[in-house]
Design a protein around this ligand. Structure first.
Ligand code: ADE
Length: 410
């Protein structure tokens, strides 16, 4: 590895190894989100390039670093950064290295970043396209000795949906997003989710983000600054046409139609509030819409942000195995429209004396379709009559609903 003491010149290829998070402790250390594999490998590099807020990179020496908190978190000390206030200037900055400074991968290993845009086939016959996700610098080794067999460059595409979450709990949001369908979409580079923590932008020793409410009363209110700056910084990373959405119990109800709209956008920003709320002037100045996930009050907007992201990302083409699987679910845009889902069964045929409905094993596709529509109509009428109120039934649907009700009587 060469000594990367100087800043990279324009046009040099950089790879992002991680991101500096909140200050840690009283001596100016910082937490680090590492994208390397294993995470502690980021500490192998004694000089990091830190992304400057206005563009470009700045070299900084890593004087100490270790794992903390049962090995889950990484913390580092940077040269010349000796207080939490000094450390805060570095929060939310990407940690990079010149590609040329990374050591050559071992046989059978590839840097993820080098494969972005390629169609990769592993020795086990698995296909995937590495995307520009946060795992971009992992040195992936294939489990078998032959490793990744074949790849050819094509389709180098960035994420189709770019999301930013402004939150005081960025690490927890990122950790929750790493699971399941959304985690896979992130890993495949179909979606990008960035976070911005207003506390990282505070200038006082206590990292104050809230204050008492004018007019009195219990509870604290998120102050205009640093919140507005955090929103604007995050918004600057989004493509044009990305709305800024505040999550609160006062918002318009988030529903499947809204998820469908968000899934067609190039990006959006979610502001997760905390405490009693946000100074109204921030909402007037920098927020485009307000959404609620239901008629109850959460302690903060983070869970709501996760709900919105999950419901939206799974609707994007290519995220689920087959597009129809999203379309045919409850509230899907498929033929079923705004109906609840029908019941599902799998093997065994009999379980504790309960049988799978015979029609599902008949192989008669028309009869299966009819049965499923009948169940969806019946369940919706029983459980969510509000969804039926705005729906004009076709003659077939009315007949199926009557049949359902008749069968329930017997
Ligand atoms: N924050 C607090 N309660 C909320 C809700 N119901 N939906 C969205 N954000 C919230």
């Amino acid at each position: 590895m060469t000594d990367a003491a100087g800043a990279p010149t324009a046009g040099e290829r950089m790879v992002v190894l991680g991101r500096l998070a909140a200050p840690w402790g009283v001596k100016g250390w910082l937490k680090v989100h590492s994208y390397t594999d294993p995470p502690a490998a980021i500490l192998d590099y004694p000089v990091w390039q830190l992304a400057r807020p206005g563009g470009g990179w700045q070299p900084v020496k890593v004087v100490d670093g270790r794992t903390h908190g049962a090995g889950r978190d990484l913390v580092v000390a940077l040269e010349g950064v000796l207080s939490p206030e000094a450390a805060r200037q570095f929060s939310s900055r990407d940690v990079g290295l010149r590609r040329a400074d990374l050591p050559a991968p071992k046989p059978g290993e590839y840097y993820w970043d080098d494969l972005v845009g390629c169609r990769v086939t592993t020795s086990t016959g698995c296909h995937w396209r590495p995307g520009t996700s946060r795992k971009s610098t992992s040195r992936r080794s294939a489990s078998s000795s032959t490793g990744i067999r074949r790849f050819s460059g094509m389709d180098a595409a960035g994420p189709r949906l770019s999301i930013e979450v402004v939150t005081l709990f960025a690490e927890r949001v990122q950790a929750a997003l790493a699971m399941g369908v959304v985690g896979r979409a992130l890993e495949r580079g179909l979606v990008r989710v960035g976070t911005e923590d207003p506390r990282a932008l505070t200038t006082d020793v206590h990292g104050t983000v809230d204050d008492r409410s004018y007019g009195g009363g219990p509870g604290m209110v998120l102050k205009v600054e640093p919140l507005a700056t955090a929103i604007e910084r995050a918004a600057a990373r989004l493509p044009a046409g990305s709305p800024r959405i505040y999550l609160s119990a006062q918002g318009r109800r988030f529903d499947q139609a809204t998820a469908r709209r968000l899934a067609t956008l190039p990006g959006f920003l979610l502001l997760a509030g905390r405490y009693e709320g946000v100074d109204e002037r921030v909402l007037d100045e920098v927020i485009d819409e307000e959404l609620s996930i239901g008629d109850y009050v959460l302690s903060g907007g983070e869970l709501a942000a996760l709900v919105v992201i999950d419901a939206t990302v799974r609707l994007m083409p290519g995220v689920l195995g087959a597009l129809e699987s999203a379309e045919q679910e409850s509230f899907g845009a498929g033929a079923q429209g705004s109906l609840l889902d029908w019941p599902h069964y799998t093997r065994p045929e009999t379980w504790r004396g309960r049988e799978v409905p015979g029609v599902l094993m008949s192989g008669n596709h028309a009869a299966i379709r009819r049965w499923r529509l009948k169940q969806a109509l019946g369940r919706t009428a029983e459980r969510r009559p509000d969804l039926m109120a705005g729906r004009e039934l076709t003659i077939e649907e009315q007949r199926l609903l009557d049949e359902y009700r008749e069968e329930r009587k017997t």
